[in-house]
Write a protein that binds this ligand. Structure first.
Ligand code: ZN
Length: 691
C-alpha cells in the first residue's frame, strides 16, 4: 500500500472508529471519556485497535525510501497511541471495575491482544530494519539518547526472539498466548476466593473489634444481602480482624481462609495453573537462550544476575529471622497468661499487646489523628515543599469512572504538569492492594504528551455514615507510597516514550523514598489532628510512634523476604517445579522460616508472580529499591534537614525527571557519589549493622 492509499484508508475508517479509540477531548490535552464507556464496546475496540496498529505497522514497513532512524525508530515510537488510550481505559475496568462481563472479555481478548503484539514484535521485516540501524549506528549521527533507544530496542527484540528461526518464533508466540490465558485463570481464581467472606452472626463474635471496623463489616454484610457482619477475605478486612479480635477460634478461621486463598483443592485452586505457568516460562527462557526464567526476566534490571538479588536478600534474612525469635519471645511472655503457644493467627494480635506494653502505643488511639483527607492534604503539601508541586482539586470538572474518585490539577513552577486521579476506597470488583497507574505518560515526541494523567488506587474502608475515614499509620504509609509513584511520573521530562520505563528494581525506589516524610514533625504537627477535637497529635504520642518505629520489623521483613526468596528460588532453576505446594513447604523449611509466621503472599495467591509476568523473579525489587531508598533518606538526614531543597531538587532532576534516558545505576552514582550502602536499610529496620 502506498502512503497516500494508506492515508485515505485511515480517513475512510475514521468515521466508523469506535469511541474508545478516538482522541481524547476536553481539558489537559484531552482526558479519558469515562462517561461514555460501555463494557460491551471493548471487543469491537480491541479488534479495531489491532487492525489500526497492523495497518500503521505495514505502512511503516512498506516505505520505499532508505531505512532511517526517523522512519523506523521514531515512527514506531509514535505508533500505538490509539491502543495506548484503549488500554488505559480497559486497565481501569479490569482493575477498578471488574465484574463477570469484564472478566469474560478479559478471558477472551487479553490472550488475543497479547498474541497480536508478540507477532508484531517478532516481525522479521521490522527487525531487519532495526538491525541495519543498529549495525551502522556509529555512522548515523545519533545523540546519546537516540543511541540508547536504538540499542535498547535492538536488545529487547533479540531478548524476545528476533534472532530465532520462524519455527522457534512461532513457539514463543504460542507460549505467550498460553501464558496469557493461564494468567487470567490465576487472577480469576484468586479474586473469586477474595470475594468470599466469613459471616459473623452474633455480638459475641465481635469481641475486641473496634467500633469503626464493626460498622464497616456490617456494611459489607448488608451489601451482600446478609444480616450480621461480614469479614471479607481481603487483606484490608482480615488484618484488622487479626490484630483486634479476642476470639482466638475466629482468628484461626479468618487467618486460614485468607492464607489458603487459591489453595483449597476446589474449582479456585491455583496449584495446577502455577505448575503450567512455570513449565511455559522455562520453555520460553530456553528457546530464548537463557538458563532460567529468572535470567530472562532480570536481563534488563539493575541487579541483572539472580545471584546478586539473592545475595542482598540473604544478607538481610538472618538478622530478620533472629529478630522474629525475639518478637515471639516477647509475645509468648504475654500469651503465657492466656495459656497458649503463639501460632500464626496469634502473631498480629499479641504483637499489638507487646506494642502497648513496650511502647504504650495503641493503634486505635492513633487512628483518630489520621483522617484520610488530612493525609491526602499532607502528601500534597510535602510534594510542594520538596519539589515545588501544587495540587488544586477540580473534582466534578473532568469525567471519572466512579463518583468517589477525586481529581486534582497539578502544577510545578506555575506550569500545568498533570492531572491526578485519586480512587481511595475498597469496592466489590476492585482488585486488592494499592497501585499507581498513568492513563497518559509524559514524552515530548509529537509535541502533545506533556500533561501526565496519573492515578492512585487504594483500598481503604470508608468511614461509617457521618464519620470521616480514619486510617492506620500503615495505610497512611501506603498512601504516601503510591503517591511517590505518582510524583515520579508527574515529574517526567523525557523525549522518547521508549525510554520511559525504568527497570523493575528501580520502580519502587521513588515511592519508598516518599514514605519517609509521613512521620516527620512538620507533617504530624500540621496534619495529624483529632477528627473530633481538631487537636494536633500530642507530642508524647508522636514520641511513642517514633520509639516504636522499628517495632515488629522482624515480622514485616520475614513476611516479605520469605515471599521474595521463594519467588527467586522458584524461577532461578532449570527444572520447573511441578508441585508448588511441596516446593513451598520444603523451601521454607530449608531457609528456616519461623513456624509462627506465614509468607505475605503464599504461592497459590501470589498475584505479583502469576497474574502476569510482572514481578516474577522480581519481588526482590522492593528490597533492592528500599536499599536505595534508605541510602537516599540518609542523603537528606546528613544535611540536617529532611526538607533540604537542594537534595530534593537533585533527586527530582537526576533520578525522577530522567525516566530511563540514562543508565539508572549511573544516575544513582551521579546523585550519591557511590553505590547504595546496605547498612542504611539494616539501620532503618533496626537490625544490627556490625558498626
Ligand atoms: Zn509501589
Amino acid at each position: 500500500m502506498t502512503a497516500v492509499a494508506h492515508a485515505q484508508e485511515m480517513k475512510a475508517s475514521k468515521s466508523s472508529e469506535p469511541a474508545l479509540l478516538q482522541e481524547w477531548t476536553g481539558p489537559y490535552d484531552g482526558v479519558p471519556p469515562w462517561d461514555k464507556v460501555k463494557v460491551a464496546q471493548f471487543p469491537a475496540a480491541f479488534q479495531a485497535a489491532m487492525d489500526a496498529s497492523k495497518s500503521e505497522f505495514e505502512a511503516m514497513l512498506e516505505k520505499p525510501e532508505a531505512i532511517t532512524f526517523d522512519n523506523t525508530i521514531t515512527a514506531n515510537e509514535l505508533a500505538g497511541e490509539k491502543i495506548g488510550r484503549l488500554f488505559s481505559i480497559w486497565g481501569v475496568h479490569s482493575s477498578n471495575l471488574s465484574n463477570p462481563e469484564v472478566r469474560k472479555i478479559q478471558g477472551e481478548w487479553e490472550p488475543k491482544v497479547s498474541a497480536f503484539f508478540s507477532e508484531l514484535t517478532l516481525d522479521a521485516r521490522y527487525f531487519q530494519r532495526v538491525k541495519y540501524l543498529y549495525d551502522t549506528r556509529a555512522t548515523l549521527n545519533l545523540d546519546t539518547k537516540q543511541t540508547r533507544l536504538l540499542e535498547r530496542t535492538y536488545d529487547n527484540l533479540v531478548r524476545n526472539g528476533a534472532l530465532l528461526d520462524p519455527a522457534k518464533k512461532a513457539q514463543v508466540i504460542n507460549i505467550e498466548t498460553e501464558l496469557s490465558k493461564k494468567f487470567s485463570t490465576f487472577s480469576e481464581k484468586v479474586l473469586a476466593d477474595e470475594e468470599t467472606f466469613i459471616l459473623l452472626a452474633s455480638e459475641a463474635d465481635l469481641a475486641g473489634l473496634p467500633e469503626s471496623f464493626i460498622a464497616a463489616t456490617k456494611a459489607a454484610a448488608t451489601s451482600k444481602g446478609k444480616t450480621g457482619w461480614a469479614i471479607v477475605n481481603t487483606r484490608s478486612a482480615v488484618q484488622p480482624f487479626l490484630e483486634n479480635s479476642t476470639r482466638r477460634d475466629l482468628r484461626e478461621k479468618v487467618w486460614r481462609a485468607f492464607t489458603n486463598r487459591g489453595d483449597n483443592k476446589n474449582a479456585n485452586d491455583t496449584n495446577a495453573t502455577i505448575a503450567e505457568i512455570l513449565k511455559l516460562r522455562q520453555d520460553r527462557a530456553e528457546i530464548l537462550g537463557f538458563p532460567t526464567h529468572a535470567h530472562y526476566r532480570m536481563a534488563d534490571t539493575m541487579a541483572k544476575d539472580p545471584d546478586k538479588a539473592m545475595d542482598l536478600m540473604m544478607k538481610v534474612w538472618p538478622a530478620a529471622t533472629a529478630r522474629v525469635a525475639e518478637e515471639v519471645a516477647d509475645m509468648q511472655a504475654i500469651a503465657n497468661a492466656d495459656n497458649i503457644t503463639i501460632e500464626p493467627w496469634d502473631y498480629r494480635f499479641y504483637a499489638e499487646k507487646v506494642r502497648k506494653a513496650k511502647y504504650d502505643l495503641d493503634q486505635e488511639a492513633i487512628k483518630p489523628y489520621f483522617q484520610l483527607d488530612n493525609m491526602v492534604a499532607a502528601m500534597f503539601d510535602a510534594a510542594g515543599k520538596l519539589y515545588g508541586m501544587s495540587f488544586t482539586e477540580n473534582t466534578g470538572t473532568v469525567p471519572v469512572f466512579e463518583p468517589k474518585v477525586r481529581t486534582f490539577e497539578v502544577k510545578r513552577d506555575g506550569n500545568i504538569i498533570g492531572l491526578f486521579y485519586l480512587d481511595n476506597f475498597a469496592r466489590a470488583g476492585k482488585r486488592s492492594g494499592a497501585w499507581m497507574t498513568t492513563y497518559r505518560s509524559q514524552h515530548k515526541l509529537g509535541g502533545k504528551n506533556n500533561i501526565v494523567l496519573a492515578s492512585n488506587n487504594n483500598n481503604f474502608v470508608p468511614g461509617a455514615d457521618g464519620v470521616p475515614t480514619l486510617i492506620s499509620i500503615d495505610d497512611a504509609s501506603t498512601l504516601f507510597h503510591e503517591f511517590g509513584h505518582a510524583i515520579h511520573f508527574l515529574n517526567y521530562n523525557i523525549t522518547w516514550p521508549g525510554l520511559a520505563g525504568v527497570p523493575r528494581d528501580f520502580v519502587e525506589y521513588p515511592s519508598q523514598v516518599n514514605e519517609n516524610w509521613l512521620l516527620t514533625p512538620y507533617v504530624l504537627n500540621t496534619y495529624a489532628k483529632h477528627y473530633k477535637t481538631g487537636e494536633p497529635i500530642p507530642a508524647e504520642l508522636v514520641e511513642k510512634i517514633k520509639a516504636s518505629d522499628t517495632f515488629n520489623q522482624g515480622f514485616a521483613t520475614v513476611e516479605y523476604l520469605s515471599s521474595a526468596i521463594l519467588d527467586m528460588k522458584l524461577h532461578n532453576r532449570s527444572v520447573p517445579v511441578t508441585d508448588p505446594a511441596a516446593f513451598e513447604r520444603d523451601t521454607l523449611a530449608e531457609i528456616g522460616m519461623p513456624k509462627e509466621m506465614a509468607m505475605r503472599h503464599r504461592l497459590p495467591q501470589f498475584n505479583h508472580l502469576f497474574a502476569d509476568d510482572g514481578y516474577s523473579a522480581g519481588y526482590y525489587s522492593y528490597l533492592w529499591s528500599e536499599t536505595m531508598d534508605a541510602d537516599t533518606w540518609a542523603a537528606f538526614t546528613e544535611k540536617g534537614d529532611v526538607w533540604d531543597k537542594e537534595t530534593a531538587e537533585r533527586f527530582r532532576a537526576m533520578l525522577m525527571a530522567t525516566g530511563n534516558e540514562s543508565d539508572r545505576i549511573e544516575a544513582y552514582r551521579a546523585f550519591r557519589g557511590r553505590d547504595p550502602d546496605v547498612k542504611y536499610i539494616m539501620k532503618k529496620r533496626g537490625f544490627p549493622t556490625g558498626e
